[in-house]
Design a protein around this ligand. Structure first.
Ligand SMILES: *Cc1c(COP(=O)(O)O)cnc(C)c1O
Length: 415
């Protein structure tokens, strides 16, 4: 019955260190966030002890009195929040969720069409190092190298030529609204199933700050831990017509027992997302991203597509004399976290590309507003000129720490 700090002080101290780090820094990695105390509690509960292979009322183990109710709550809330016909809340994470859609719709060797990783797509959209690129015939579309935007004439031509069975819309690094209706029209024309992967933008969709893909897609996949602000996990939502195939692909096709502690955390997060406060949060994320984009553009960074409609900014930092990697490492020393990222048509290699990717979900969860983004943009500017001066970077990190201390972080008890 010993608490963690007594039972395993080593792990305890490392967790405390991470908590402090998350409190002290400007966390601007576009896929990260701060979950609430309630989500943390549900995720760290005894539900991790329970096996429940199968679905509600059809389990392969006894003792499901509470698990069935918890999974039922998560499903009902997901359907209500997104207006979906069917929801599966058992997928372990975004990547296996996408693989389940492949399994439900294709045989190995069939043709899938998705967005290329260097242009903003995800590994699981058919990129060559992923199982999805190796076990399937993957055709990849990109963005227009000049505008940084999806070009639906090019995507349509490619689809007509290759006739994919599965067409995937969605991205990890695309700062603009995706035209789901245009993807639907192409899928219909070539007879493809349309998967929209809304992993990054699910919280914006839930909070009505971004159009919903639900009316257009046959299947929607999403992680639950990005803008949606739940535990690490994922969900699949689909039409009634696809429900059986999707459920069968998740279990027994790809997985064994669901992670019930995660399911409970998802149920809690979805409950939070159904509140008016969550809509305010979602809209503030976009306002913050746009304020930050304006500040950064004013400092001479080249923003891909010229700005943003969502939570995310992708920018080329080479016009400021930096590379993505050197700059993101300097920012980290200054207490500002982001990730280096390729930009469309990047002449540099993926492990040291031209750009960085930023997101405003985390800082918005801490209550920061547009005026705070102006200040943050100024730090981005300052770090360029001091990027190889360790002492100056440490001084900025101190200022950032002091600044962050004024904004409570959800789930973190440090004051
Ligand atoms: C993050 C992400 C995923 C994968 O999620 P994991 O939980 O890391 O496996 C899938 N698709 C997109 C578009 C993503 O951004």
């Amino acid at each position: 019955m010993r608490p963690l700090h007594e039972a395993d002080p080593k792990v305890f101290e490392l967790i405390k260190g991470e908590e402090r780090r998350e409190f002290d820094n400007l966390r601007m990695i576009a896929s990260e966030n701060y979950v609430s105390r309630a989500v943390l509690e549900a995720t760290g509960s005894v539900l991790t002890n329970k096996y429940s292979e199968g679905y509600i009322g059809r389990r392969y183990y006894e003792g499901q009195q509470f698990i069935d109710a918890i999974e039922g709550l998560a499903i009902e809330r997901a359907k209500k929040l997104f207006g979906a016909d069917h929801a599966n809340v058992q997928t372990y994470s975004g990547s296996p969720a996408n693989l389940a859609v492949y399994m439900a719709t294709m045989k190995p060797g069939d043709t899938v069409m998705g967005m290329a990783l260097p242009d903003g797509g995800h590994l699981t959209h058919g990129w060559r190092v992923s199982a999805t690129g190796q076990w399937f015939n993957a055709v990849q579309y990109g963005v227009d190298p000049e505008s940084g935007l999806l070009d639906f004439n090019v995507i349509r031509e490619l689809a007509l030529k290759h006739r994919p069975k599965l067409l995937i819309a969605g991205a990890t690094a695309y700062p603009r609204i995706i035209d789901f209706a245009a993807f639907r029209a192409i899928a219909d024309e070539v007879g493809a199933t349309l998967l929209v992967d809304m992993a990054h933008i699910a919280g914006l969709v839930a909070g009505k700050a971004h159009p919903s893909p639900i009316p257009y897609a046959d299947v929607v996949s999403t992680t639950t831990h990005k803008t949606l602000r739940g535990p690490r996990g994922a969900m699949l939502m689909c039409t009634e017509a696809m429900a059986k195939d999707i459920d069968k692909a998740v279990f027994p096709g790809l997985q064994g027992g669901p992670h019930n502690h995660t399911t409970a955390g998802i149920a809690v997060a979805l409950g939070e997302a159904l509140t008016p406060a969550f809509q305010d949060y979602a809209h503030q994320i976009v306002k913050n991203a746009q304020a930050l984009a304006k500040g950064l553009a004013g400092h001479g960074f080249r923003l891909i597509s010229g700005g943003t409609d969502n939570h995310l900014i992708l920018m080329d930092v080479t016009p400021r004399g930096m590379t993505g990697k050197a700059y993101s490492q300097a920012l980290d020393k200054a207490g500002i976290e982001c990730n280096y990222n390729t930009v469309p048509n990047d002449p540099r290699k993926p492990f040291d590309p031209s750009g960085i990717r930023l997101g405003t979900a985390g800082v918005t969860s801490r209550g920061m507003k547009e005026s705070d983004m102006v200040k943050i943009a100024d730090w981005f500017n300052q770090v360029v000129s001091i990027h190889d001066d360790e002492a100056a970077l440490a001084k900025v990190a101190g200022e950032v720490r002091e600044f962050c201390a004024a904004f409570p972080a959800p789930g973190i008890s440090i004051k």
